[in-house]
Design a protein around this ligand. Sequence first.
Ligand SMILES: NC(=O)c1ccc[n+]([C@@H]2O[C@H](COP(=O)([O-])OP(=O)(O)OC[C@H]3O[C@@H](n4cnc5c(N)ncnc54)[C@H](OP(=O)(O)O)[C@@H]3O)[C@@H](O)[C@H]2O)c1
Length: 250
Amino acid sequence: MLVTTSRHKILVVGASGATGLRVVKQLLELDLHVTIIVRCVNSFPKSILNHHRLRATQSTLLEMSDAELQKMVQGCTAVISCLGHNLTFKGLYGHPRRLVTQAVCRLCQAIKTVNTGDPVKFILMNTTGNQNKQAGEHVSFAQRLVVGVIRYLIPPHADNEAAAAYLQTYQGTKDQVHNNIIEWVVVRPDSLINDETVSAYTLYPSPIRSAIFDAGKTSRINVAHFMTQLVVCGSTWQSWRFKMPVIYNS
Ligand SMILES: NC(=O)c1ccc[n+]([C@@H]2O[C@H](COP(=O)([O-])OP(=O)(O)OC[C@H]3O[C@@H](n4cnc5c(N)ncnc54)[C@H](OP(=O)(O)O)[C@@H]3O)[C@@H](O)[C@H]2O)c1
């Protein structure tokens, strides 16, 4: 079931990134109103920036005040995070070490503060390297060992894990659905690739291959397509809310 899109306002953070930009484009193509927070509007494509249904704020997300963040989420029916650490030495090892986790926490707090009753969808871009222990996922000893080393050597991995854990632990579960202001889906792509068009993709509740020793491929544009479907398609949302779907190109 597709929802009526015109009254929906979606906040996208990480919108200037490779996946975030594709999310914004697809949301606009579906007649949605999109709000973005970007560090530099000048590096954002002008054709999209000038779109009449896009509102861009130039700011650094974690430096915004609580009041500013509350204004950003006010009236939003969904918030999408495609944030990720830049793949530079500073991005990987500098501050903010917990970019994604802090952003998720602060945005959720802002949503809870301004919320007037209707649940808000929170869609978080994550990774298949993040094991969903709550769902009983098991990985091999070798994979656990390698992920342990990655967690230690590459701080963004721990950040992705903590961000998903925040949504799982603090925003409740399906069993507590009536108390939830925030409903969430943590989207886990495998190795990301850039394709120009949406292609066939498959969703699974848990990884069907090793993220370390047998990684599959996921097009960013397919991630964007799935995220967009989560926003506009009620049955897709019902199928995946409070879950951590894994997405592979078919
Ligand atoms: N690479 C893979 O194969 C792979 C696989 C699975 C999952 N993932 C995960 O997927 C996510 C997104 O991937 P992607 O390739 O689409 O990301 P990306 O192109 O690197 O985009 C990252 C976004 O985060 C923003 N950002 C970075 N540091 C920031 C900061 N300090 N403050 C505010 N915004 C900041 C960037 O803004 P600016 O444009 O201003 O820098 C950009 O919008 C990441 O979390 C990554 O871990 C990656």
